[in-house]
Design a protein around this ligand. Structure first.
Ligand code: UDP
Ligand code: MG
Length: 312
């Protein structure tokens, strides 16, 4: 990076009072060492703990720190999108404040992107996490890849660096249902990965429990694939054929005057099965309609309560 170029860190925070000061201490130490022009853009996603006050305190000491406050919780995807929109850097690094991605890797990311890439992803050497969490991740990413057809690098870390060109394209994605990883992959351009050491969360708890992760997966699938709709249709065709076959066989059996007993219990089970399947499929279609509904309203992706230390 040249002397005039600016490096932006984009950092979403949500109830991170235990991590944020340590994060600022570690990143600013690395950035000062690197001797670059930088800004750290925090996006508070509606925390009501000390997170915002702690950051505001730091802004007084360090004018390179900036803060966007959302009026309430809009979700990490919206927070990151806002950060990328308002960061001014020639290069942007997106990372979480929980120190799972270590700040001392920042120089390596910068070095790598200067080789002429548009995006450099971090991939985990080994995820330091519980067995259950690792299993979640495996199922989550595996399912996503199957359904979306996106080619997602294994063990994707949060930390990544991209250039202005990449950020400008990212900002053009208009969708309300924002699945960040999907958008990153969809942009394409010249990408590479580097391996990074993963650390334990510095303090506090993860905000993504199993339910939230599943919701994210369903949203991502609905946004990136119409495979569920195709499956619905295929199963429909299969069942119709099965019904026809069954009808035909009854006619044939009757034709040969074989007396055969049919019972209402089996009939009821078949009907219940059929109704269940229909309702389920209707549900899938409804999810897509819901998604379309959200999209056509074209609502802003977030509402900002306050900009701190941004000159407009
Ligand atoms: N986060 C956010 N809004 C939310 C939930 C989380 O901005 O509604 C932020 C959170 O502060 C953290 C990041 O998203 O910076 C990732 O969250 P976390 O570390 O809890 O997830 P994990 O690393 O366990 O997947
Ligand atoms: Mg984390």
């Amino acid at each position: 990076m040249t002397k005039n170029e600016l490096l932006s860190l984009v950092v979403p925070v949500y109830y991170e009072e235990e991590c944020v000061l340590e994060f600022i201490a570690q990143t600013t130490a690395v950035l000062h060492e690197m001797d670059v022009r930088y800004e750290i853009v925090f996006i508070d996603d509606g925390s009501t703990d000390q997170t915002v006050n702690l950051i505001k305190g730091k802004i007084i000491e360090n004018p390179n720190i900036k803060l966007i406050e959302f009026s309430y919780n809009h979700g990490k995807q919206a927070a990151v999108s806002a950060g990328i929109r308002y960061a001014k850097g020639d290069y942007l690094i997106y990372m979480d404040p929980d120190l799972q991605d270590p700040p001392h890797e920042i120089p390596r990311f910068v070095e790598e992107i200067e080789k002429g890439y548009d995006l450099v992803f971090g991939v985990r050497k080994e995820k330091k996490d519980s067995f259950i969490n690792k299993l979640y991740s495996k199922v989550f990413w595996g399912t996503l890849e199957k359904f979306t057809g996106l080619n997602l690098p294994r063990g994707l870390a949060v930390m990544r660096i991209f250039n202005r060109k990449f950020a400008d394209i990212f900002n053009q994605y208009p969708e309300s249902n924002r699945f960040i990883e999907g958008i990153f992959m969809h942009i394409g351009l010249k990408q590479t990965n580097i391996e990074v050491e993963q650390q334990e969360r510095f303090a506090g708890k993860t905000k993504f429990n199993f339910k939230k992760k599943m919701q994210l997966a369903v949203n991502a699938i609905i946004d990136y694939s119409n495979l569920p709709l195709k499956i619905t249709m295929r199963v429909g065709i299969f069942i119709t054929l099965l019904g026809l076959l069954s009808l035909l066989s009854i006619f044939i059996v009757k034709f040969f005057f074989i007396d055969f007993q049919t019972g209402w219990a089996s009939l009821a089970s078949i009907m219940i099965f059929g109704f269940g399947l229909q309702t389920f499929f209707l549900g899938i279609v409804a999810r897509y309609i819901g998604s379309i509904y959200k999209e056509v309203k074209r609502r802003p992706h977030y509402s900002i309560k306050e900009f701190n230390n941004f000159e407009e």
